[in-house]
Design a binder for this molecule. Structure first.
Ligand code: IMP
Ligand code: MG
Length: 197
């Protein structure tokens, strides 16, 4: 059973903060199975297996679960990027590790943990399209729809969430808490306290 809250124990100013569970392990697994079935259905009969491209590090668990929920042949690869956001429109994205697959003429599915500002996804989409895949779709586990500025809507979405900072199922706070099986959200008033410091 997933607990309703998660408490940060020892982590500087974050210590003692309680987070609320948004999606339990059970609910996540159920939703990922549905997405897997949908993808299997959409690509059945494809000439070559689609290539799922996971965005490191956050997509690790979503990628693993989603791929095993798909019952057609698929291939996988990974890309790693870092994004910096200052003011809303002036973020930059840096490539840290590129894919090794040849994607020209192939069906591509980008697999992301979360779309927040949309900056990373806009960058990834542009980069992938530069190599002329035969098709390009996006699967994201979480989508902060109300704050994202995307050039195109994602094709497969686990859950749309409000603009709250979340951890678990691959998502981190300063590289920690990725292994939590459920998704937990910080309370806005706690984040305000951190910003004020
Ligand atoms: P973007 O703002 O859409 O470019 O999001 C870039 C990346 O920031 C995501 O792929 C995540 O790795 C990270 N991120 C955005 N929102 C959250 C969150 O609520 N929790 C943890 N990581 C996040
Ligand atoms: Mg990410």
């Amino acid at each position: 059973m997933t607990s309703k809250t998660f408490k940060i124990e020892h982590k500087g100013d974050w210590s003692g903060m309680e987070l609320d569970c948004l999606f339990s392990d059970e609910l996540i697994q159920k939703r990922v199975l549905e997405l897997g079935q949908q993808i299997s259905h959409d690509y059945v009969g494809a000439e070559k297996p689609p290539i799922m491209i996971g965005v490191l590090n956050g997509s690790l668990f979503f990628m693993a679960d989603l791929m095993r929920a798909i019952d057609i042949e698929v291939e996988m690869d990974f890309i790693k990027i870092a994004s910096y956001h200052r003011a809303e429109s002036t973020g930059t994205v840096r490539l840290i590790k590129d894919i090794s697959a040849q994607i020209t003429g192939r069906d591509i599915i980008i697999v992301e943990d979360i779309i927040d500002s949309g900056l990373s996804m806009n960058f990834l989409r542009r980069r992938m399209l530069g190599n002329e895949p035969s098709s390009l779709r996006v699967a994201t586990f979480l989508y902060k729809k109300e704050v994202s500025k995307l050039q195109e809507e994602p094709d497969y979405v686990g859950f749309v969430i409000p603009n709250r900072y979340v951890i678990g199922y691959g998502l981190d706070l300063e590289q920690q808490y990725r292994q939590l099986r459920a998704i937990y959200a910080f309370r806005d008033e706690d984040l305000e306290k951190i910003k004020e410091k």
